[in-house]
Design a binder for this molecule. Structure first.
Ligand code: FPP
Ligand code: MG
Ligand code: MG
Length: 378
């Protein structure tokens, strides 16, 4: 990607680390069952953006110069059994993932400012994210992702769901191997949060479907859902990165606030792009949210000044012409602009949260991610 406004490419400081990401992830999800292996690895073939692992690595680097403080419990890192061998058959075919490793892993000369545990965390975040995509594409009856047929289309719903479950299982194994109860709790909470967010989206409990009236509660509900569905993973993994680095509560909280605000902005922009960018550019169908009956931020803001939209919201844009009409009303309103402005507020908060970190390439990378989120087209 081209360097951002400050001439910094956020990827640059972690580029070396990222090179091995796909290989490591594929190693973690290997299965002796050839079909399970294929379905589980399907979304690792079209290389994703690796935004979550990149943020974990950048956060790990950006905090590496800060003072550490030991946490109260014994973390038993030293006791970890590293003798687990790769299994080629089904029985107990757990991933190989040594927790502590020398600074050369699989021939990769590692940046010493990133701890092996933080590197493992980066991989875990991508596993959880990919699992959620496999399930999401079943729920959304998607047809394409990253420019290819989605897994539910390529392999069917049953295998897509099971592959997602398998990824969560392997993510849990990798998490357990960190031998860090607080980090385990955080990432386990993320998995629960993803489901809670998805449920909030499935069944809106603040809108009376027969008489939907606009109120601020609709926005509050949407933002809570957005936190659970999108920002929870990013924020709690940034928090976990700081915890693994043994940093003070202030640093841990700053990392969390950065991730939370960036994550909220990320999803707001996602919901905006669904209105503003073609499916060709997105690599997945555009305008999908209205088709799914979802009222996201641009529509909620448009609804505030166009109360007629309520009728369409109530019936989830299901009648002929509803989607088209809602889309036109949103595009003509200031809903898209308001969504962009709110996303901008969030990225400003994200940058502010880490402004006290010592200057480093990684810190500028994190700040540049804020502009990248606002500029992205897919
Ligand atoms: C993409 O949203 C989906 C998510 C961010 C999370 C979906 C969560 C679940 C399906 C719950 C199950 C969770 C796990 C951990 C297995 P989107 O549909 O708005 O985005 P898209 O346009 O990329 O499909
Ligand atoms: Mg979807
Ligand atoms: Mg979805």
């Amino acid at each position: 990607p081209p360097p951002g406004p400050m001439g910094i490419d956020p990827l640059r400081s972690v580029a070396e680390e990222m090179k091995f990401m796909t290989g490591k992830i594929r190693q973690l999800i290997g299965s002796g069952h050839p079909m399970l292996d294929t379905v589980s690895k399907y979304y690792t073939q079209s290389e994703g953006k690796y935004i979550r692992p990149m943020l974990v690595l950048l956060m790990s680097q950006a905090t590496s110069m800060l003072p550490t403080q030991s946490r109260s419990w014994s973390r038993g890192r030293e006791e970890v059994d590293q003798s687990i061998t790769p299994a080629s058959v089904l029985a107990d075919s757990n991933p190989t993932s040594p927790l502590t490793a020398p600074s050369v892993e699989n021939g990769q000369t590692s940046d010493t400012s990133v701890l092996p545990s933080q590197r493992r965390l980066a991989e875990i975040t991508e596993l959880i994210h990919t699992a959620s995509l496999l399930h999401d594409d079943v729920i959304d009856t998607s047809t394409s992702r990253r420019g290819n047929p989605s897994a539910n289309i390529a392999f069917g719903n049953k295998m897509a769901v099971l592959a997602g479950d398998f990824l969560l299982g392997r993510a849990s194994v990798a998490l357990a191997r960190l031998r860090d109860p607080e980090v385990t709790e955080l990432l386990a909470t993320v998995i629960a949060n993803l489901v809670e967010g998805e449920f909030m989206q499935l069944k809106n409990t603040v809108l009376d479907e027969r008489h939907p009236v606009w109120s601020e509660d609709a926005i509050t509900y949407y933002l809570q859902k957005t936190y659970l569905k999108s920002a929870s993973l990013i924020s709690k993994s940034c928090r976990a990165a700081a915890l693994l680095g043994d940093h003070s509560v202030d640093v841990v909280e700053a990392a969390y606030q950065y991730g939370k605000n960036l994550g909220l902005a990320f999803q707001l922009v996602d919901d905006m792009l669904d209105y503003t960018v073609s499916g060709q550019e997105l690599g997945k169908p555009a305008g999908a949210d209205l088709e799914l009956g979802l009222a996201t931020a641009p529509l909620l803001f448009a609804w505030k000044n166009n109360r007629e939209l309520g009728t369409l919201v109530g019936r989830k844009f299901c009648e002929d012409g509803d989607v088209q009409m809602a889309r036109e009303m949103v595009v003509r309103s200031d809903g898209i602009e308001q969504t962009r402005a709110l996303a901008q507020d969030y990225v400003d908060n994200a940058a502010r949260a880490i402004s006290g970190f010592p200057d480093s390439e990684a810190k500028f990378g994190l700040i540049d991610m804020c502009s990248k989120v606002m500029e992205r087209r897919k």
